[in-house]
Ligand binder design. Structure first.
Ligand code: MN
Ligand code: MN
Length: 382
């Protein structure tokens, strides 16, 4: 059992405690001695989010309300059974999504009136620019579950623009006039929004959108996990941004696998806050805020982490399973600076003078530095 005792200081906990929770965050109960100063929470678990339960599915969110440091982006974790529909809707924020399990049929309309439909599965992503009307439906045995990312931390999944809500809030005679039909035809309209509801399972062998609809010339989906990864010492990295998925102009991401004991190297992102989502494994992250301030957090599957723009950090796999995670950014491009690359590209004598290394160690260190990025260092016991 972890206790706040370190280097002969501190004491055990004799009052009330939540042991399950403390065991999930050993570095939060007993922070490393390098932690210092005040840093607001950079961790939230979807397990603590309110779950909106609906027919055929559910949704839970992590926004600036749940996690005040979630400023750039908000996240929604959603489940749709086979045939269940997240109804036709739109919103001010752009939407990026990663499918965690199962398969999903998406539809979206572009500004030129082009219609887009795709059936996608685990590891695939989609992106809908601001205001584009769209729908989601679970397909295949078991339906799907996915992570949605919105490019504003103030996003609220419960205040999107829904087809059924709109029609319920519009005089029936106006609805009838709009479709050039008799008002009586609309007597059966839902009196409130449907949001998520069970639909008929679609035949995925044929398109759902009408054959006379014009087809979009844009690509709204991308196979992220099918990308061949950048294989590095301690894991794999797959990056998706406007370089390989041009429509995603406000969200960039990296899918990262870190082997047990390996380290996503010390680095920072110059262009945006990082919104991390942990899919599996156990990870430790220290966020360095400058001014003598740093704080360490522990994460596991279902947790969200934040690293504000330009703050130094690492991700260490401290468990026995691989860490699988997404680093998501409100930016058109994935950008990071590597500490090791930076030092390997700086005047060696200057680097030595910063680090106070003894003569032989200094030479060894300088020889080991490379002016390249090595995003995940393997577990090396030198
Ligand atoms: Mn949406
Ligand atoms: Mn990072």
């Amino acid at each position: 059992m972890v206790a706040p005792i370190r280097d002969g200081k501190g004491s055990d906990i004799i009052g009330p405690r939540n042991i399950e929770r403390e065991n999930q965050g050993p570095d939060m109960v007993r922070p490393p001695s390098t932690d210092s100063g005040s840093l607001p929470p950079m961790k939230w678990s979807f397990s603590d989010s309110h779950v909106r339960i609906e027919e055929g599915g559910w949704a839970r969110q992590t926004t600036i309300v749940e996690l005040p440091t979630s400023v750039d982006l908000a996240g929604v974790n959603m489940r749709l059974e086979e045939g269940a529909i997240r109804e036709l809707h739109w919103h001010k924020e752009a939407e990026w999504a990663y499918i965690l399990e199962g398969s999903c049929r998406i539809t979206v309309l572009d500004l030129e009136g082009g219609s887009y439909e795709d059936d996608i599965s685990k590891g695939d992503i989609w992106y809908f620019p601001t205001g584009r009307p769209h729908s989601l439906q679970g397909i295949g045995k078991g339906g799907c579950e996915f992570l949605l990312i919105f490019d504003d931390g103030h996003f609220d999944e419960n205040s999107t623009f829904l087809l059924t809500d709109w029609l319920a809030r519009t005089p029936k005679e106006v609805v009838a006039k709009n479709f050039q039909l008799f008002p009586k035809l609309f007597d059966s309209l839902s009196e409130k929004e449907k949001y998520i509801f069970q639909g008929k399972v679609p035949n995925t062998n044929v398109p759902g959108i009408p054959h006379n609809a014009s087809r979009s010339k844009y690509r709204f989906t991308h196979k992220l996990l099918a990308q061949s990864p950048m294989k590095v010492g301690g894991g794999e990295v797959r990056i998706v941004d406007t370089g390989n998925f041009p429509i995603s102009s406000t969200v960039a991401a990296a899918h990262v696998i870190i082997e047990p004991g390996a380290l996503r190297e010390l680095h920072w992102h110059p262009n945006a806050d990082e919104w991390s989502y942990f899919i599996s494994g156990k990870a430790r992250v220290t966020v360095f805020a400058g001014g003598g301030i740093s704080r360490t957090f522990d994460y596991q599957a279902g947790d969200v982490g934040i690293v504000p723009r330009s703050m130094g950090h690492y991700v260490e796999n401290v468990g026995s399973e691989p860490v699988e995670m997404l680093e998501v950014f409100r930016a058109p491009k994935f950008e990071d600076f590597s500490l090791a690359q930076w030092l390997g590209s700086s005047p060696p004598q200057m680097v030595i003078e910063h680090l106070n290394l003894k003569k032989n160690d200094a030479l060894k260190f300088i020889e080991s530095l490379q002016p390249i990025k090595d995003p995940i260092k393997k577990n090396s016991k030198l």
